[in-house]
Write a protein that binds this ligand. Structure first.
Ligand code: NAP
Length: 252
């Protein structure tokens, strides 16, 4: 009997969960998922998981070597740039094949009123004069960038509350995890009399409904652009990642 090839999936996304479910069905692959540990109750995964940072590039290199990882798939969120850069560097140092699974960015369509911002700070600078009641759909980590805007009101959606010591803008915190329906997003925007949305360009289906609702209601969307990702092999879908693994590990 040949031993299964070990694959490390850097996760925290729906794509990582989907890939994990597909690999769980394959005895020739022993997949392990890694989560940063940001959420107390992550969605369950079909494969074993480890939780917490590795301790920078050196820690990730040590993990890849001691765990005898044969391939590394970075399926983290497009805004989780640090871990993606660490993964690319660690893969280059160890010679372990490395793939990024990155969902495509959202693109504006007719009727959208998007304003591009290259950072959360730029997004914050665009708000005064644009709107007074704003839906901040960016999670909890970047709220501090808006904390100085005391004259505006924010509806802030996150999976878990921000730490109490973190500065926050005035408004209401809404604890919710996607996916969100169009009807629910439309009703949320209307019931809170929202005049503009700030969103990361995360891409994907789970959180796109707010953009459709904004288009219907004619609301501007300040769209924070993705941070640069490291160069390297990249696919946009789980199927592409499976094909890459088959080719890389010679299984299939
Ligand atoms: P980040 O800024 O790129 O990473 C910060 C540090 O967190 C990394 O250096 C690493 O610590 C640790 N880390 C991140 N992802 C990890 C993983 N999958 N497994 C083990 N350690 C990990 O990441 P972030 O933006 O805080 O995001 C954290 C996690 O949340 C990611 O896994 C991402 O997929 C998920 N997520 C992020 C967003 C977002 O908008 N940023 C949205 C949805 C989900 P060490 O240096 O100690 O290894």
């Amino acid at each position: 009997m040949t031993t299964a090839s070990r694959v490390l999936i850097l996760g925290g996304t729906g794509e990582a969960r989907h890939l994990a479910a597909r690999l769980a069905e394959r005895p020739e692959i022993e997949a392990i998922a890694s989560l940063a540990g940001r959420t107390q109750q992550p969605n369950p995964l079909a494969i074993p998981m480890r939780v917490g940072g590795f301790g920078g590039v050196a820690g990730l290199v040590a993990y890849l070597q001691t765990q005898q990882i044969a391939a590394l798939i970075d399926a983290t969120h497009p805004f989780a740039a640090q871990i993606s850069h660490h993964a690319a560097t660690a893969a280059a140092k160890t010679g372990i094949p490395h793939l990024q699974l990155v969902r495509p960015a959202w693109q504006p369509v007719t009727g959208d009123r998007w304003l591009a911002a290259d950072s959360h700070a730029t997004a914050a600078a665009l708000l005064p004069g644009l709107a007074t009641r704003i839906f901040l759909s960016i999670g909890r980590q970047e709220l501090a960038a808006f904390a100085h805007l005391r004259q505006l009101w924010f509806l802030m959606r996150a999976i878990e509350p921000p730490p109490p010591e973190q500065p926050q803008p005035p408004g209401q915190l809404l604890l919710q995890r996607g996916p969100f329906t169009l009807a629910a997003e439309r009703s949320l925007l209307q019931s809170h009399r929202i005049e503009a949305i700030v969103s990361k360009n995360s891409g994907g289906e789970a959180t796109v409904a707010k953009l459709i609702a904004a288009r219907e209601l004619g609301l501007p969307v300040v769209m924070v652009q993705r941070p640069p990702l490291p160069p390297g092999e990249r696919v946009a879908e789980v199927e592409g990642a499976i094909a890459w693994l088959q080719a890389t590990l010679g299984c299939g």
